[in-house]
Design a protein around this ligand. Structure first.
Ligand code: AMP
Length: 588
């Protein structure tokens, strides 16, 4: 398939934000795509090469891209950097520069989607000392044969700056229309996606075998399932109102959620965002097969750091010491854990998702044996507010965060947040109501004791409508020296030459970062702000929202990607809630 067909679609899609138009462009594109190429197209549309859980990352930095453009166009690096700083993204810069070149040379060969994809895949696979040079060679070879417009999109994909604003839902709608002529079939496709987390695979199945083929789609081991999520509630009373008079209450442990896929000795661990995190937990990989009674199984658990002497649960930060690639054996002995199981999704070749909560819990207990390391999450059935309060007390005393409340007669709803699971934290640790997860977008160099680190960070919320990150506050308190060191190590490689176009902020940060890292903060209040961009114009014209007295809680949310951060919609709800409390207080 000619790459120019894909590029023409990209170009049209970039010009609209309307979901219906995007869907239509996608349908037209899918109809022109050979079946064996459709999965590649679906990944590329999302700026990926493979589903996230396979961890195939392009990892091309701006500097390398600039060198490649320079090599391909025979133009000095400095000139490209100057153009880049002037405006636009590197894709745009490449197209301008190559435009000049194409006027003097002939194109060598048409490039195809397959060739671009294979080359990008090779680039992603390269490791080791000469990998930078090899990457540059591959990129330049593509740029040499590409038209200026094609080159600009190749660079956008390479740098991860292709932003078509196409949500997974839109791809699913378009697949349903293109291959079954009926948008209602999206439900069948959505289910297949929820149990496979692989939209490319779903696309290939529907293109090749039609909607009937997708109906036969089965979950498979070592292919993660999109997790079920919980709604947040604020009181025991609200739980009773929403869940009726009998439901399960489990401890809400403060650790890392993990999905375990096990067949004999083979074990793979996936995080909440479906990243393969097996390397951080060699102790689980070693011990888990011994306690499993089934031939194959998919389970969910919360990994928690513990105090080995007392067995008490320790806060999440302790567990994060495990997030290191080197000397992991040392971390394993230094930071002991337990694995606390709460669900079973698959057992002996069959899905368990359709079973209700009660049956799943029973099956879990039948197929996993408890010991010092492997536990079931403490659970009880509750009937009224008092019972919830009592169990909450036990949970907090054991060192956990609160409770998860789950309906007894409901199945596991992969990939959805809903009212069948609710989360209730004991008390609101700050006046705002709850902590916020924010994306680190900029940094300010520290002074005095903090020299050599970022003493203050600029944080952002996620704007779901625009798919961008909007600044909401600067935070400089709550950091221990160790936190500052760790944050510096993590953030330094994320520094960019100029602000990522997805960042919306008027602040003048010393450095800008790729918007990737999520940290947790608490604050005293949300206020109107003339400077910050969160929820701009939503409450008042030309005014955004900002956090007052923000403080880092010590939690780096490694398990979250930037798009999982608190959204502007949530901030607006919190802002309105806070106004209502103030109003109610005034009336009393
Ligand atoms: P939050 O991150 O605040 O949205 O809370 C949801 C998270 O709570 C999940 O992703 C799990 O990591 C964690 N969790 C702790 N205990 C449980 C439990 N008993 N059931 C489900 N999730 C739990």
């Amino acid at each position: 398939m000619e790459f120019s067909i894909l590029v023409d679609s990209f170009y049209k899609m970039e010009l609209t934000r309307k979901r219906l138009e995007l869907t239509q462009f996608l349908v037209e594109l899918f109809e022109q795509t050979p079946h064996e190429t459709i999965s590649k197209i679906v990944y590329l549309i999302q700026g990926k090469l493979r589903p996230d859980f396979e961890g195939v990352e392009l990892g091309v930095a701006e500097k390398l891209a600039i060198r490649s453009i320079s090599k391909s166009a025979g133009i000095p690096i400095k000139r490209i950097e100057d153009e880049y700083v002037k405006g636009g993204d590197l894709g745009h810069v490449a197209s301008i520069i190559l435009e000049e070149k194409t006027q003097t040379t002939f194109l060598v060969e048409d490039i195809t989607v397959e060739r671009v994809y294979e080359t990008l895949f090779k680039i992603a696979r390269l490791r080791g000392s000469h990998s930078q040079d090899m990457k540059m060679k591959y990129i330049s070879s593509l740029l040499n044969d590409a038209t200026p417009l094609e080159a600009s999109y190749i660079l956008k994909i390479l740098l991860g700056t292709l932003r078509l604003g196409i949500a997974e839902n839109t791809v699913i709608d378009a697949l349903a229309i293109a291959f079954s002529g009926n948008k209602d079939n999206r439900k069948i496709l959505q289910y297949a996606y929820n149990v496979s987390s692989d939209l490319g695979k779903v696309a290939e199945t529907v293109a090749t075998n039609g909607i009937e083929g997708v109906k036969k789609f089965e979950m498979t081991l070592f292919n993660p399932i999109r997790p079920m999520l919980a709604d947040r509630i604020k009181s025991e009373r609200e739980a009773i109102e929403k869940m009726g008079n009998q439901f399960a209450a489990e401890y809400k442990l403060d650790g890392e959620r993990v999905q375990l896929h096990i067949k004999g000795e083979r074990v793979v661990l996936f995080s909440r965002s479906l990243e393969n995190i097996s390397i951080y937990y060699p102790d689980i990989i070693e011990k888990i097969p011994k306690v499993i009674q089934a031939d194959n199984i998919i389970l969910e658990a919360e990994i928690v750091a513990i105090n080995e002497n007392t067995g008490e649960f320790l806060p999440f930060q302790e567990l994060m010491h495990r997030r290191r690639k080197y000397k992991i054996e040392k971390a394993v002995t230094q930071y002991p854990i337990t694995v606390n199981f709460f669900d079973i999704l698959y057992c002996n070749g069959k899905s368990c998702l359709e079973l209700n909560y009660k049956d799943r819990r029973e099956k879990l207990e039948k197929n996993v044996k408890e010991d010092d390391f492997i536990k079931y999450i403490p659970m009880t059935v509750v009937k009224n507010e008092n019972e919830i309060e009592d169990f909450m007390e036990n949970s907090i005393n054991a060192g956990s965060e609160g409770l998860m409340l789950k309906m007894l007669d409901k199945p596991y709803q992969a990939g959805s947040r809903g009212s069948h699971w609710l989360k209730l934290k004991r008390e609101y640790q700050n006046e705002l109501g709850d902590s916020l997860d924010l994306v680190v977008i900029g940094g300010f160099f520290g002074k005095g004791r903090r020299t050599g680190s970022y003493g203050t960070l600029l944080l952002a919320t996620y704007d779901e409508d625009e798919d961008i990150f909007t600044s909401i506050c600067k935070v400089g308190t709550g950091f221990s020296d160790e936190d500052l060191d760790q944050l510096y190590q993590i953030l330094n490689p994320k520094v960019t030459i100029k602000k990522n176009p997805r960042i919306n902020s008027e602040m003048e940060a010393d450095v800008w970062f790729e918007p990737e890292l999520v940290i947790e903060v608490v604050a005293s209040e949300i206020t109107l702000s003339p400077i910050h961009k969160a929820a701009m114009d939503k409450i008042r014209k030309n005014t955004g929202l900002a956090l007052r007295f923000p403080k880092f809680t010590g939690k780096i949310r490694f398990e979250k990607v930037a798009e999982d951060a608190s959204t502007n919609k949530e901030i607006i709800t919190l802002y309105k809630g806070q106004k209502k409390v103030a109003h109610d207080k005034n009336l009393m």
